[in-house]
Design a protein around this ligand. Sequence first.
Ligand SMILES: [Zn+2]
Length: 166
Amino acid sequence: MSPPEHIEALKRPAQVCAVCGAPLESLAKHPSRLVEDGGGAARQDFCPACQAEARAGEYHSRWVALRPAPAPPPRRETRKAQAARLRDEFYRLADQPEPSEDDRDSLYLLAHLLMKTGGFRWRETRPDDGTLVFEDQTTKQMVEVPTVPLDPARLTAAQARLSELL
Ligand SMILES: [Zn+2]
């Protein structure tokens, strides 16, 4: 269950100052407060120039919001570990006599992700049934992946299933 929308809105700082509209995103910290808003509480965020306004009038609470810089891009080691996780999951799903429709979608997606992260190299697409043939760069073995109908909803669901590996 997701929290009610107004709680969600409270957690998210605004992109601009409530008074002057200055962008807040690049600031490491800025004043914020909760004010009464038609029976509920509304969050207001202020740029440093509008600090006085943040203290003016009535409010429930006031604090300094910290906006940490975005996380640095993943290091190579992390990407390698991710590729290894994807590869493990691919072979786990491939190791069954008749993969379900869901597993076939996952295998199709995993093969393409592995192509990006460097584990698999595409070699051919069989003209008769569209089966994709990849070479596993680690083992140099050929891996066959049945083609799946490109249904966006099904591929989105497959992506959600694999999201914890990404
Ligand atoms: Zn301002």
